[in-house]
Design a protein around this ligand. Sequence first.
Ligand SMILES: Cc1cc2nc3c(=O)[nH]c(=O)nc-3n(C[C@H](O)[C@H](O)[C@H](O)COP(=O)(O)O)c2cc1C
Length: 493
Amino acid sequence: MAYGSFRQFVEALDQAGELTRITVPVETDLVISEWANREMKSPEGGKALLFEKPTVDGKPSQFPVAINTMGSRRRMAIALKLNSVEDLAQEIQLILKAKPPTDLREGWSLLKQGLNLLHARPKHAKEGACQEVVHTFDPNQTSNLKPQTSLSDLPILKCWPKDGGRFVTLPNVHTRDPETGARNVGMYRMQVYDGLTTGMHWQVHKVGARHGKRYYERGERMPVAICLGGDPAYTFAATAPLPDGLDEILFAGFIRKKSVELVPCKTIDLEVPGDVDFVLEGYVQPGEMRPEGPFGDHTGFYTAVEDYPVFHLAAITHRRDAIYPTTIVGIPPMEDFYMGDATVRIFLPVFKMNFPELVDMTLPPEGVFHNLVFVSIRKQYPYQAFKVMHGLWGMGQMMFSKYIVVVDEDCDVHNTSEVLFRLCANTDPERDSTIIRNPSDSLDHAPTSQNIGSHMGFDATRKLPGENYHRSWPELLKMTDEAQAIVDALRKR
Ligand SMILES: Cc1cc2nc3c(=O)[nH]c(=O)nc-3n(C[C@H](O)[C@H](O)[C@H](O)COP(=O)(O)O)c2cc1C
C-alpha cells in the first residue's frame, strides 16, 4: 500500500538499511549540502540522510531535514513501493496494449489494471494532516515584518557558496490553467527572498510558466500552492515530464495504487494532497519579476541571475511531526540522476509505442538529463537512426537532447564505454552525424543565446545498403558459445 506520510517512507528507508541518522546539530548553510554531496558521490548513491537537529544560522530548527532519499536505484524503488521500477514500466506497457480478454487469466489481469486506474482518480476531503498547524499571514503585511512562523523558520538549505540565498529544492508546485481548470504539479526551485516571498523558477518551456502566462494575460492574480513531503510518489510525479494536461495527481494515484486525497487550501482556491508535510499557500502577481540566482545547478555550474516571477506567501500549514525534504544538485552524479533514470525506465514503453524499433534508451549521468541520450534500435531500413533522432527531438522535453547517439540492438546503452566504442568505430563523422536547431534547456550555458541552440545526432549503427557506404561491413568479434562454456566451467573449479 501507499505511504501515509513522508515519515513512513523515511522509516521504510531506515528498516531497509538505507538511512543514516545524524543526531548532532548540523548547519543548513552549506554544511548539510557538503555532507549530502559526499554521500551522493559514494558508490551506488550512498545512503539517505536524516539530520535530526538542523540549525538555521546557528538556531535549532523545529523540523528535521531529509536528503538523498531517492538517490539510488534501490531507494527510488522503495519510494515508489516497488521491487524494481521495471514493474511499473510493465504495468504501463500492459495498459498501452490492453485489449478485450480472451481467457480468464487475461481477464483478471485486465481487471487488476482497471482497479489500478480507478485508484488514479483523486478523492476529496475537508481537511488533512498537512493542516494540523496553520499559520496565515495578513496579505497587507509588508515583507519586512516577521510573522510568527515564516519561511525563515524552515530548515531551507543554502546549497553552494555563491548561491544567491537559500533555496527550496524539492517543491511540488500546484497551479491551475485558468481557462480549462486543468491542474499541473511541477518541480520548480524557489529562492527565499525573505520570510514571506520567494522566486518561482518555472522555466519558459514548463507548464507552470504556461499557466502563469494565461493569468498574466487576464491580469489576474495566480493562486499557487507548494507541497513538500508526503508520499514520495507525489514528488516523483512532479518531476516526470508528463504531457501538458496529463494530471500528475492522477499519475501519482496510479503509481501508489491508492487515490490521492485532496483537501482545499486555507487561503486560496486550490486543492492539495492532505497527507503532505508542508503546504505553502500564496500567489504570483501578474508581471511582477525579480532577479533569481545565482544557483549551483544540475549542470554542475552556477546558473546566472535572471528575472523570474515572485511567489507571495499567504499561509504555511504543516503536520505537527513534519520532516523537511530537500535535495542538492551539482556536478553529477547527484540524487536527481536516479529520479531521471527511473523516469526513463518507467516511460520506456511509451517511447517504444512511438518507435517500434527502439530497444533501450538511457540518459547517462554525465549528460545531466538533456545533454546526452543513448538509444539502441533494431535497424531495418536506411536512415532509420536519423528518423529516431528527429522523432525524439520532437517529443516533449526530449526536445532539449543535445547529443543523441543511436547504436544497434546488441550494444548495451547502460555501458557508456561500449557506446563510445561503437561511436568511435562505426561512424564517419561527416556521413553519420546531423546538426539541427531546436529549443535548448534554459539551464544550458553553452548556446550563444539562451533557450535555443544546435543539437547533434550520431548514427553509430552498422551501415545498410543505401546509407552511402560502399564497402562490406565487417563482423564484430565474438567468441563461440562452446569456448565460453568451457572457460566458465574451468573457472568455477
Ligand atoms: C530536483 C529538481 C529540481 C528541478 N528544478 C527545476 C526548476 O527550478 N525549474 C524548472 O523549470 N524545472 C525544474 N526541474 C525539472 C522539472 O521539474 C521537470 O521538467 C518537470 O517535468 C516539469 O513539470 P511540467 O512539465 O509540469 O512543467 C527540476 C527537476 C528536479 C528533479
